[in-house]
Design a protein around this ligand. Structure first.
Ligand code: ADP
Ligand code: MG
Length: 314
C-alpha cells in the first residue's frame, strides 16, 4: 500500500456561509463534499485520512450550554469538540460510505474520536485569541461569564465574542489507531475540529482543557506523524493569493516553501483564515519534504493531482 494522503476540509464542506445550519443541511453539504472525496479514492488514493473543521458546530453546542445552564450542567470545550467529532464523523462515514459503494468500492470509513496533546506552558494560554461561539451585546452577560473565567474580546460593530487559547498541537494521541485502521484498508476520519485538546499530567489520566486547536495545524501534525506524502487543505477559495482583495491580487500556483514564508512574513495572510492554512502547509513541507496543496473544495481530485490550487513544494 502507498503512503497516506491527509485531506483537511474547511467550514464550507459542512455548513455553507449563510445557511441555516440544520442537521439536514449539514448532512446534504457533507454528502456533496464526500462525492469529491469518493472520487479521490476511485482515482486510486488507497490510503486516505480526512480531517475537518467544527467552528460553527462548536458554536452551536456552546449556545445550548448557555441556554440550558439552569437545567443541565454545561459541558467544557473538550467535550464540545468530542461531540462535534462524533456527529460530523458518523455523517462522513454514512455519506462517504454510500458514495464509495455506489462506485463499487467496498471500504470501511471509520471516524476516530481523536485527542491531541497540548502543553500547559504553551504561550497561547496567556493570549486567548481564537474566537468561538456567538456574538453577545449584553455587557452584564459578558461580565457574568468573565467572572466564571471566560475571556471575551470586543469586535467593532459586532459585539463581544468569547476567545480561547489555541495551543500548538504537539502530538496526535490516537495516531496509532489511525495507522492500524489504514493498514487494514479503512478510510479514516481523525483529528476533527483540531482534535480534543488534552494535557498529560503526572500519575493521572490525560485531562481535557478549555482550548481549541487549529484544525489545519492539527491536520498537518497528523500528516507528518503518519508519514504522508501530501497534505491537502480544501477550502472555499481557489488557493492562496498575495494582495488578497486588492488591485494587486495574485494567486499562487507552484510555490517553493521559502517563497511562501516570505509572503507570510510580509503579512499577506490573515490570522483566523488563510494564515493558519499557510502556516500548516509550510510546516508540513518543511518537516517532511512532502508537498502541500491549498485548493477549493470542488476540485479535490485536480488538487491532489497537482493541477490546481496553490502547490507548496520543498
Ligand atoms: P475554512 O473555513 O475553509 O477552513 P476560512 O474561511 O477560515 O477557511 O479561510 C478561507 C478564507 O480565507 C477565504 O474564503 C478567503 O476569504 C480568506 N483569505 C484571507 N486571506 C487570503 C489570501 N491571502 N488568499 C486567499 N484567501 C484568503
Ligand atoms: Mg470558513
Amino acid at each position: 500500500m502507498s503512503v497516506p494522503t491527509v485531506v483537511a476540509l474547511g467550514g464550507n464542506a459542512i455548513s455553507p456561509a449563510g445557511g441555516a445550519g440544520t442537521a439536514a443541511e449539514q448532512t446534504e453539504n457533507l454528502h456533496r463534499t464526500m462525492m469529491q472525496v469518493a472520487e479521490l479514492v476511485e482515482a486510486g488514493l488507497d490510503r486516505l485520512v480526512v480531517t475537518h473543521g467544527n467552528g460553527p458546530q462548536v458554536g452551536n453546542v456552546l449556545i445550548k450550554n448557555e441556554l440550558a445552564r439552569d437545567v443541565v450542567p454545561p459541558v467544557p470545550l473538550d467535550w464540545c469538540v468530542a461531540q462535534t467529532q462524533a456527529t460530523i464523523g458518523f455523517t462522513i462515514a454514512d455519506t462517504l460510505g454510500y458514495e464509495l459503494q455506489r462506485r463499487g468500492i467496498e471500504r470501511p470509513v471509520v471516524p476516530v474520536v481523536s485527542r491531541v496533546r497540548v502543553e500547559l506552558d504553551d504561550p497561547a494560554w496567556d493570549d486567548p485569541s481564537k474566537p468561538i461561539g456567538p456574538y453577545l451585546d449584553d455587557e452584564d452577560e459578558v461580565a457574568r461569564r468573565q467572572a466564571i473565567g471566560q475571556a471575551y474580546a470586543q469586535v467593532p460593530d459586532r459585539g463581544w465574542r468569547r476567545v480561547v487559547p489555541s495551543p500548538e498541537p504537539r502530538e496526535s494521541l490516537d495516531r496509532e489507531a489511525v495507522q492500524l485502521l489504514l493498514d487494514d484498508g479503512a478510510i479514516v476520519v481523525a483529528n476533527g475540529g483540531g482534535g480534543i485538546p488534552v494535557v498529560a499530567g503526572v500519575d493521572e489520566p490525560l485531562r481535557g482543557v478549555e482550548a481549541v486547536i487549529d484544525k489545519d495545524l492539527a491536520g498537518a501534525r497528523l500528516a507528518e506523524e503518519l508519514g504522508a506524502e501530501t497534505f491537502v487543505i480544501l477550502t472555499d477559495v481557489a488557493g492562496v493569493a498575495i494582495g488578497f482583495g486588492t488591485d494587486e491580487e495574485r494567486w499562487l500556483d507552484e510555490v517553493p516553501v521559502g517563497e511562501l514564508r516570505d509572503h507570510q512574513a510580509a503579512g499577506h495572510f490573515r490570522a483566523g483564515s488563510m494564515g493558519p492554512k499557510v502556516e500548516a502547509a509550510c510546516r508540513f513541507v518543511e518537516r517532511t519534504g512532502g508537498r502541500s496543496v491549498i485548493a477549493d473544495l470542488d476540485h479535490a481530485r485536480e488538487a491532489v493531482d497537482g493541477h490546481t490550487g496553490t502547490r507548496v513544494r520543498p
